[in-house]
Design a protein around this ligand. Structure first.
Ligand SMILES: Cc1cc2nc3c(=O)[nH]c(=O)nc-3n(C[C@H](O)[C@H](O)[C@H](O)COP(=O)(O)OP(=O)(O)OC[C@H]3O[C@@H](n4cnc5c(N)ncnc54)[C@H](O)[C@@H]3O)c2cc1C
Ligand SMILES: *[C@@H]1O[C@H](CO)[C@@H](O)[C@H](O)[C@H]1NC(C)=O
Ligand SMILES: *[C@@H]1O[C@H](CO)[C@@H](O)[C@H](O)[C@H]1NC(C)=O
Length: 472
């Protein structure tokens, strides 16, 4: 069932479990770098599907996509009319007329997720060999030090084997469940009950306190809006929480006190459609368990109500949105390791984060880039895979967890809960009753928060990995 049969004898067999953006990009990087690694891809869905409509990609991630030779194809499917990178307009919009905060020079490329996936599949020579409808339940590792294969157990009762397991199976990762149950069992055997309990808390995702409404607006439907042209820009709209205002139609505890938080909207499919994500927050709910279904259908009337009093253009945008899906935003706790034995977690399985840095997929892609750099190095063989994975963990875990925390802080900023804004009430904010220079502070903080994604390169980390591999 091998999807790639290398020209030279294979040095080991990799199973990629989960064909989301993280898994697909890893496969593409391995295809580019190595000729002697066998790759199998298992996906639980019956075909390639991307949930959610749009995705933004910053320059740091574009660099590695270009490196794969995807640039020309990506140009065809960009979000702007002419498919070029877009400026990002940050505004404060919880007032009847939004106020500019900062504009970033053109940097962000936006895509429809399904278009992006189609480009990736087109470039993956073995995309037709992805094994679908294979849901991993758990895996069984050989005893420490043994070179026997890892056994994958699927929900349909079948099994498969591999030398290296890559869990790219998303936020509810089955690979993470097995890895941390095994680590916890080992801690228990050592008599460390406290550590075992702590390791088990790494398995379930945690609620961020936020729910996001995601919907699409056909640009044609905005024809009658005075704001039509403006709404086709890439916008990030911030607002102050209204915790002090009487609650809107409260129907249960989780809805008792919901604040509008921020809105991200940008064009996709060459300007034909606008992708909208509108976030609401429940104060004090971060870290609690979300008891309802994670994804539910909702109406634009619901979203309009939550953002009542916001900028007039925003109202037009929501009115033109037929329906939306509401998603409870979850994250993965800061894991103490991404690797164990010959298994490694990448992407959301390892570090699902809030979307406020627009970088969850970007970090999944960076994982794949570094992991492929390591696995394809001639010094890496079946017998030292464990040490090689440690290099990956040492480079990728601190970085991606840094972005995870940065995302959380950016969320507090979007919610106007930092830099002195915590002392401004929702009413004051909505009435424009705050010192104007406080907007500049947010702008400066946004630039320093996003600089890494715009002005830095991951090639430095590739160099670090190569240096460490020489001594492996
Ligand atoms: C509102 C919102 C906006 C976002 N915007 C951005 C953005 O602009 N830029 C950005 O970089 N990121 C963004 N993200 C984050 C991004 O969507 C994720 O970080 C990214 O999709 C994670 O990719 P992944 O491949 O790790 O996981 P996933 O995309 O979740 O893929 C996991 C795959 O594994 C499969 N699978 C699951 N379980 C199993 C199993 N047991 N066995 C086999 N297969 C399995 C699934 O079917 C799926 O195909 C956003 C997220 C949200 C919620
Ligand atoms: C990126 O670098 C440019 C040029 O040095 C600078 O003008 C810009 O502010 C930087 N962007 C961010 C977001 O830091
Ligand atoms: C590892 O690779 C470097 C060059 O990339 C080489 O000089 C070195 O001898 C290799 N080490 C082993 C143990 O193969």
């Amino acid at each position: 069932m091998s999807s790639t049969t290398p020209a030279t004898p294979s040095k080991f067999r990799v199973a990629i479990v989960g064909a989301g953006l993280g898994g697909l990009l890893l496969a593409l990087f391995l295809q580019k770098y190595s000729t002697d690694i066998d790759v199998d891809i298992y996906e639980s869905a019956a075909k390639l599907t991307e949930l959610g409509a749009g995705i933004g990609v910053w320059p740091r991630v574009m660099e590695v996509l270009k490196f794969l030779g995807l640039e020309d194809d990506l140009k065809e499917i960009g979000g702007a009319h002419d498919s070029t990178a877009q400026s990002v307009h940050y505004r404060k919009a919880d007032e009847p007329k939004a106020v500019d905060i900062r504009v970033f020079a053109p940097a962000l490329l936006t895509f429809s997720r399904s278009d992006l996936q189609a480009v990736l599949a087109k470039h993956l020579h073995t995309a037709d060999k992805i094994v679908y409808s294979k849901r991993l339940l758990a895996y069984v590792e050989p005893e420490a030090g043994q070179l026997d294969p890892i056994v994958l157990q699927f929900k349909d009762g079948t099994t498969a084997t591999c030398d290296l397991l890559v869990g790219s199976d998303g936020i509810r990762s089955a690979a993470r469940r097995t890895m941390f149950n095994n680590l916890a069992d080992a801690a228990e055997i050592r008599g460390d009950k406290e550590q075992a309990a702590k390791l088990r808390t790494m398995i379930e995702p945690v609620w961020s306190g936020q729910v996001v409404y995601r919907g699409l607006v056909p640009v044609d439907k905005l024809a009658d809006s005075a704001h039509s042209k403006d709404l086709q820009k890439t916008l990030i709209l911030l607002g102050k929480d209204r915790a002090s205002l009487p609650s809107l139609s409260a129907t249960n505890v989780h809805e008792a006190n919901i604040d509008p938080q921020d809105i991200v909207s940008y064009p996709i499919t060459r300007g034909k459609t606008i992708n909208v994500a509108a976030f609401v927050n429940t104060p004090g709910a971060e870290g609690t368990t979300y008891t309802k279904a994670w994804v539910t259908e909702s109406t634009s009337a619901e979203v309009l109500e939550k953002f009542s009093g916001w900028d007039a253009g925003v109202q037009d945008l929501f009115k033109a949105m037929d329906k939306s899906l509401s998603w409870a935003v979850h994250t993965v706790r800061g894991l103490p390791t991404y690797v164990s034995g010959r298994a490694v977690l990448i992407g959301d399985a390892a570090h699902a984060m809030t979307p406020h840095q627009g970088s969850g997929a970007g970090q999944a892609i960076e994982d794949g880039f570094i992991l492929a750099t390591i696995l394809s190095h001639p010094n890496v063989t079946l017998s030292n895979l464990f040490e090689a994975l440690k290099i990956h963990d040492g480079l990728r875990r601190p970085f991606s967890q840094g972005i995870q925390r940065r995302s959380q802080m950016t969320g507090y900023l979007y919610h106007l809960h930092r830099l002195g804004w915590e002392h401004i009430t929702g009413e004051q904010s909505a009435a424009g009753d705050y010192p104007r220079e406080m907007l500049g502070k947010i702008g400066d903080e946004l630039e320093s928060a996003m600089g890494w994604a715009i002005n830095e390169s991951i090639m430095d980390d590739r160099e670090k990995a190569l240096k460490l591999l020489e001594k492996l």
